[in-house]
Design a protein around this ligand. Structure first.
Ligand code: ADP
Length: 450
């Protein structure tokens, strides 16, 4: 057996997210054969790889099946890839990935999720920072039990280190009794200082806890640095009200990618009997993610233990790592890290429309990036409108009465929304529907797509 034989057999191991074999991806850094022993170094794109153990087992099994090989030693390492950009190099050169965590409105658990995700990533071995840019309600120091203030050296802020992550919060600089009533330019300056004026050092991931909604901080962040992708936190009822969609639209408008959506408080687990209760329905965010053509990263239950650990400044992922809710955070962090790797390795590979229209016709034609051409009946497409007015997002039941849609309905305006969806305004005046590219492709009636 030679190194070439080993590489040959390793070509059978596919990365399920990147859809390529680990040899082509350059993951195999060493494959040495010494007598009956093979030792290998496999370098993944994130230490938080969700299929790390599964991949290791597959590699072992395959190599052990080779004649004359009795022992296999597989060392799994990771090198997080960075978002390629010049702007990053200028303002915050050593931070590989900036991941804002956003929500349509407050109180959905965005800060709780940010903190636990950051700690979960650090636990896998990644270098992680957490920037609390929630200017109007910075809660990260409370959630992390941080009481000290950061030091300043040469006019630069040194982050406070706790639970394996580096933390900077707006709360460090504004007394708790004072309210922030800053105008846009001041918030812009603050974001700039938090990025460029902080000694973050080398980081694989900088998680940014954004203020809720769609305001100046979000705008400044997306304009100032090329974010790797935003994560949207939503509760089931938040999805129903389409509030999360507003946050998504904002990032789309800013041409900032979205890594995925997390459903927090997705179901209630009774602390006494352990029974699961779906108070606001379930699967809303998963369904919305599918409609909008963005990944669903995970669901976090509504559990008293999450709240109490946060209140004590000891987030559940740190203080009770074996707890099922801590595992839910860990799994979500892994899925997020996988999406980051996919983005950084592949760039934009999604199926997107390259030619749309013309409008004002009984049919609507879309030519896709894979060369396929879909021809839709305008009326069928109007009837399939996924907006909250036309479909009950909790039950999935259609609200739109087909009798109210004219037979000769036509599209009047078509806008591309970021890299994810089309907004179609119809001749009946309706225009709130966002047709995710994936959903649209599924709606193609041709025999190949069906
Ligand atoms: P946001 O940042 O969106 O305003 P927070 O993270 O501050 O929201 O959370 C609001 C409240 O909800 C806090 O008291 C927090 O402890 C609690 N909370 C958040 N997520 C959960 C959860 N999954 N289970 C129980 N309590 C939660």
């Amino acid at each position: 057996m030679t190194e070439a034989d080993i590489l040959n057999v390793l070509r059978q191991v596919q990365d399920p997210d990147l859809h390529k074999d680990i040899v082509s991806l350059g993951f195999v850094k060493e494959a040495k054969v010494t007598g009956e022993t093979v030792s290998m170094i496999i370098e993944l794109t994130t230490p938080a790889c969700p299929v790390r153990d599964q991949m290791k087992e597959e590699i072992k099994k395959l190599v052990l099946s080779l004649p004359g090989i009795k022992t296999v030693d597989v060392k799994m390492t990771a090198q997080v890839r960075a978002t390629a950009s010049q702007a990053r190099d200028k303002l915050i050169p050593q931070v590989k990935n900036i991941i804002p965590v956003a929500s349509g409105k407050g109180g959905v658990g965005k800060s709780t999720v940010s903190v636990n995700l950051a700690i979960a990533l650090a636990k896998t071995g990644a270098k992680v920072g957490l920037l609390d840019a929630d200017v109007y309600g910075p809660s990260v120091p409370t959630l992390m039990g941080i009481t000290e203030k950061p030091k300043q050296v040469n006019n630069r802020v040194i982050p406070v280190e706790k639970y394996g992550i580096k933390v900077v919060s707006m709360a460090f600089f504004v007394p708790p009794t004072e309210a922030v009533i800053w105008r846009g330019p001041m918030l812009h300056k603050m974001v700039e200082n938090f990025l460029g004026g902080v000694e973050w050092g080398e980081l694989d991931y900088l998680v940014v806890d954004l203020p809720p909604g769609t305001g100046d901080v979000q705008l400044s962040l997306c304009q100032m640095v090329p974010i790797t992708g935003a994560v949207i936190v939503s509760t089931p009822q938040d999805v129903a009200w389409n509030v999360a969609q507003k946050a998504i639209l904002m990032f789309n408008k800013l041409n900032a990618p979205i890594l995925g959506i997390i459903e927090n408080m997705s179901h209630f687990i009774c602390g006494h009997c352990g029974q699961k209760e779906e108070i606001f329905g379930s699967g809303g965010a998963r369904k919305a993610a599918e409609q909008w053509g963005i990944p669903f990263l995970g669901e976090i239950p509504l559990v008293t233990h999450i709240r109490t650990t946060s209140d004590k400044g000891k987030p559940i992922v740190h203080s009770d790592p074996g707890h099922p809710s801590a595992n839910a955070f860990l799994k979500t962090a892994e899925n997020m890290a996988a999406q980051i790797s996919i983005r950084n390795i592949q760039g934009e590979t999604k199926l997107v429309p390259v030619k749309i229209g013309p409008v004002n016709q009984p049919t609507l034609e879309i030519e896709w990036s894979d060369g396929h051409k879909s021809v839709y009946s305008s009326r069928e497409l109007r009837l399939a409108c996924p907006c909250a007015e036309c479909v009950n997002e909790i039950t999935g039941q259609r609200r739109l009465n087909p009798e109210n849609v004219p037979q000769d309905i036509k599209s009047t305006v078509i806008n591309t929304v970021g890299r994810y969806a089309l907004q179609i305004v119809w001749s009946d005046g309706h225009g709130t529907g966002l047709y995710g590219f994936e959903t649209l492709r599924k709606l193609c009636a041709c025999s190949r797509c069906q």
